[in-house]
Write a protein that binds this ligand. Structure first.
Ligand SMILES: [Zn+2]
Length: 166
């Protein structure tokens, strides 16, 4: 039993069943699932509660599509291993997330590497083109015929002649 956040609770009257994902206040504040809880906490309607939960966990749990990212940009180390992802949502808002087990955490805790976008390709490329954002990088990469294959991780960036596109 937990102290209920919806009333002045001296006796801990909130039960939460994590296996079933349901809660119930013995003092009759309410009961229900995760959406009902978010509606009560944020004093919002059902759709807003779903959107809030999707924001918190970075996953479109309820299939509303509202929080489906327009693009996912993977940042990888020189060997091609994913370090973190940048999710682009409607209105050019971004969320960063790192892999944890089979899922993600919406933060960069413990990540000390901040690789350049397309670093594995940059390592082996003869020409480097620097663009404003990931979308431009992807468009330019597609325009020049796809990504060069990753051959080795020897960083030879000093020998490249970077071209900057405004
Ligand atoms: Zn209560």
């Amino acid at each position: 039993m937990l102290k209920c956040p919806f009333h002045e609770d001296k006796t801990a009257s909130l039960s939460v069943n994590l296996a079933d994902g349901v809660w119930n206040c013995q003092a009759a504040c309410g009961k229900g699932g995760i959406i009902d809880f978010e509606m009560a906490v944020s004093k919002c309607d059902r759709d807003t509660a779903k959107a809030n939960i999707a924001d918190i966990v970075c996953v479109d749990l309820f299939g509303t599509g509202d929080h489906k990212p327009e693009a996912i940009y993977q940042y990888r180390d020189a060997n091609g291993a994913m370090v973190f992802e940048k999710l682009r949502h409607h209105g050019k808002s971004f969320i960063l997330r790192r892999p944890v087990g089979k899922g993600y955490a919406c933060d960069l805790k413990g990540i000390t590497l901040n690789p350049l976008y397309n670093l594995p390709e940059l390592v082996t490329a003869n020409v480097a083109i620097i663009c404003e954002g990931e979308k431009d990088c992807d468009n330019v990469t597609r325009a020049i015929g796809g990504r060069p294959r990753l051959k080795n991780a020897a960083l030879t960036i000093r020998r490249k002649s970077p071209t900057v596109l405004p």
